[in-house]
Write a protein that binds this ligand. Structure first.
Ligand SMILES: C[S@@+](CC[C@H](N)C(=O)[O-])C[C@H]1O[C@@H](n2cnc3c(N)ncnc32)[C@H](O)[C@@H]1O
Length: 265
């Protein structure tokens, strides 16, 4: 299983997905933390994009942070979206079946006042291209939050991830669905994903400014992170001499204070 077949693999697991994530302590609260960290302010007409919305857990997190916002929630898996649509949503929420790469063809265009991509970016065939597309979809000054696993920078994080994945997630996934394919892919893809520093550098390389990271609570501490950045406001872009990669910063085990850990940009 590779990145291009991920939405199809989620089709087969859609019915059990909510039960599995509900059994994961902190799953929903951590999504709400990432949504709150975007620093969005309530205002009429606020328009947000939830990329890889799945069964709607990240959509709910956005609405918790900014009730009443208009949310376009996109996913490449028809079955995950079917589960999402079964829930009660306020009138401003719209679910769209599309791969992220085909959004324009599905009629979804920017600008958005914020984007949340929770557990999506690791699955994209080309992360740099994905980040550039997100940048283009944002209004100048608007935030991006990438909520994602990243364990590469820390031995401790890799060891905890191995034991949670092989001790809990994979056996539980197999028990609930009869197949462990998606969950072994999850383990492997997290192991293969960028370290915190490398992903922050990718965001800077894609043009994002104010790039910073914050981690979660519980077993996900230094395992799941919010990567935050924003498209420069028009005046910032005019001043910028060009993106610079962060140098000499070790974020792997850094404490992440509420204001985040600045990396560069
Ligand atoms: C782990 S789920 C996360 C769902 C939700 N964001 C959450 O936090 O619970 C990842 C979702 O991303 C979707 N996905 C993966 N690659 C995608 C792509 N290229 N375009 C659109 N959706 C994609 C999958 O179908 C799946 O529903």
């Amino acid at each position: 299983m590779g990145p291009t077949s991920v939405p199809r693999a989620f089709d087969a697991h859609a019915r059990s997905y909510d039960k599995l994530v509900n059994a994961n302590p902190g799953y929903h609260e951590h999504l709400r933390m990432s949504a709150r960290r975007m620093g969005l302010k309530r205002r009429p007409g606020l328009r947000l994009l939830d990329l890889g919305c799945g069964t709607g857990a990240s959509t709910a997190a956005l609405l918790d942070a900014v009730p009443g916002a208009e949310v376009v929630a996109v996913d490449g898996s028809a079955e995950m979206l079917a589960q999402a649509r079964r829930k009660n949503w306020p009138p401003g929420v719209r679910f769209v079946h599309s791969r992220f790469e085909d959004l324009a063809r599905a009629g979804v265009t920017g600008p958005f006042d914020g984007i949340l991509a929770a557990y999506l970016v690791r699955n994209l065939p080309d992360r740099d291209d994905g980040l550039r597309r997100m940048y283009d979809l944002l209004r100048p000054g608007a935030p991006l939050a990438v909520h994602e696993y990243s364990v590469r920078d820390s031995l401790r994080s890799r060891l905890i991830w191995n034991s949670v994945a092989w001790g809990v997630i994979i056996p539980m996934g197999r028990l609930r669905t009869g197949s462990a394919d998606l969950y072994t892919y999850l383990w492997r893809s997290v192991r293969g994903f960028d370290g915190v520093k490398a992903f922050a550098a990718r965001m800077v390389g894609a043009g994002f400014t104010d790039v910073r990271t914050q981690t979660m609570t519980g077993w996900q501490t230094h395992i799941v992170h919010t990567f935050l950045g924003r498209r420069p406001a028009a005046e910032d872009a005019a001043d910028a001499a060009g993106p610079t990669a962060p140098e000499g910063l070790d974020l792997s085990d850094a404490d992440t204070p509420p204001q985040g850990t600045p990396t560069a940009g």
